[in-house]
Write a protein that binds this ligand. Structure first.
Ligand SMILES: Cc1cc2nc3c(=O)[nH]c(=O)nc-3n(C[C@H](O)[C@H](O)[C@H](O)COP(=O)(O)OP(=O)(O)OC[C@H]3O[C@@H](n4cnc5c(N)ncnc54)[C@H](O)[C@@H]3O)c2cc1C
Length: 395
């Protein structure tokens, strides 16, 4: 099949999705076809390793990998911030000038902002950002006991099991430090139950694991504000919860440059086709990963529509599908590559144990997720997954 004239694909964001997409495309196309990857940061880190930083098992420098090696793979890595996006022209203005592609993939992820809730930023710790996890790592050893609240003030958020994994690891940490009896540990969430998209069986499992560790669980609590001086969280229903130490999942929003472009409504995400990840109304434009929203065909309750969970494995799978579509178009053909809505996640339950859940999210009448019983082998499997991903994509 003869190749068309040399093309340029511009990929915005070198996180999970952007890195996989750039690598897959680079492998699929001859060197005269440019793969430009624009990223404001210089390193990659796994969300899944941030909890290890927070609880003191790793430092931030242990878990970051420089992106520079992507250049050796023939990817044109541009270290710059995207300032504006013109989706029609598939062009962006960045701190290093203007870039325009024949094809464009938006993989800018989700921004996190404690500022979304009055008072939250003044007092809450976080393990959802690397800086937050590093600060938490310093603060936790100074906590000698009292009420520790792990707050989920808004949804959606990345990695639906993440906060629960955090609670299990904190329980484990306090047990090892022989201070668990001095800590009143609770998870307070806006959700109705844990991991609602994965179904009731998984939610029941997580709640049972919380109960087994004497971790209190409060649902349907939408946070309106936090009083740092009084150490109180206020909820929409008029109730409040006291804390001595607060850890919160930072509220998530689409990056401002995305909402400014009109591709996402304020408070929303870029709607995409569930199978092709194409952005409707534009040619050769795709959005993948956390920045996109993928509606699911099934639901557990008639009045509760579902969207695909935000997770690195999903961004990864979507990136491979989009790379195939772009490679086919470059070659003047079409691809029937389609995202199948399948993914997996590991939840660490503490004591070097983990459980792997395998989900099929496009099933009808509702998504299906199956899990095993937590054990040490699945903890090792999680580490291997991370190691293999880095080897395939970055180092
Ligand atoms: C604590 C925690 C645990 C997690 N555990 C798991 C897990 O076990 N399994 C799993 O699959 N997922 C997990 N995740 C979720 C996973 O990290 C995200 O879903 C994944 O990173 C999404 O990939 P992405 O490519 O969409 O976005 P990201 O990986 O966030 O990448 C987006 C990139 O865009 C860049 N960017 C943003 N704005 C600009 C701009 N204006 N200009 C230039 N660059 C920009 C960012 O710097 C970033 O590098 C976890 C997340 C957290 C926080």
């Amino acid at each position: 099949m003869p190749m068309a004239a040399a093309s340029t694909t511009v990929i915005l964001g070198a996180g999970f999705g952007g890195i996989v997409c750039a690598n897959a495309l680079r492998k699929a196309l001859p060197a005269d076809h440019k793969v430009v990857l624009i990223e404001k940061g210089a390193t990659f880190n796994f969300g899944a390793a941030k909890t290890w930083v927070a609880i003191g098992e790793k430092t931030a420098s242990d878990i970051v990998t420089p992106l520079e090696s992507l250049k050796r793979r023939g990817i044109d890595l541009v270290t710059a911030e995207v300032k504006s996006i013109d989706p029609k022209a598939r062009a962006v203005e960045t701190t290093s000038g203007r870039f325009k592609g024949d094809y464009m993939v938006i993989a800018l992820g989700a921004d996190t902002t404690m500022a979304a809730i009055p008072g939250l930023a003044d007092v809450a710790h976080s393990f959802y950002t690397l800086d937050g996890a590093s600060r938490l790592r310093e603060a936790l050893p100074k906590f000698t006991g009292g009420k520790l609240v792990l707050l989920i003030p808004r949804a959606p958020f990345k990695c639906p099991p993440g906060p629960y994994e955090g609670a299990f690891l904190l329980h484990d940490l306090f047990k090892r430090k022989e201070m668990r009896d001095r800590v009143e540990l609770s998870v307070v969430t806006v959700e109705g139950r844990p991991m609602a998209t994965a179904g009731p069986e998984i939610g029941d499992f997580v709640m049972q694991e919380l109960r087994a560790r004497n971790i209190a669980y409060l649902t349907q609590k939408k946070t309106v504000s936090v009083s740092p001086a009084e150490k109180k969280i206020h909820f929409e229903d008029g109730s409040s919860v006291d804390f001595d130490f607060l850890i919160a999942v930072d509220p998530h929003v689409a990056p401002k440059v995305v909402t400014d472009s009109g591709l996402a409504q304020p408070g929303g995400w870029i709607p995409v086709d569930a199978k092709t990840l194409a952005v409707a109304g534009f040619d050769n434009l795709w959005a993948i990963g956390d920045v996109a929203t993928v509606p699911l065909p099934g639901r557990f309750k008639p009045d509760a529509p579902l969207v695909l969970p935000k997770a690195g494995v999903m961004a990864d799978a979507e990136a491979r599908v989009v790379a195939k579509q772009i490679a086919a178009r470059v070659q003047g053909t079409t691809s029937d590559a389609a995202f199948d809505g399948k993914g997996f996640c590991f939840i660490e339950t503490g004591d070097m144990h983990a459980v792997k859940g395998e989900g099929s999210f496009f099933e009808l009448p509702h998504p299906i997720m199956q899990r095993r019983v937590p054990d040490m082998m699945q903890y090792e499997e999680k580490k291997k997954w991370m190691y293999d991903w880095l080897r395939e994509n970055l180092v």
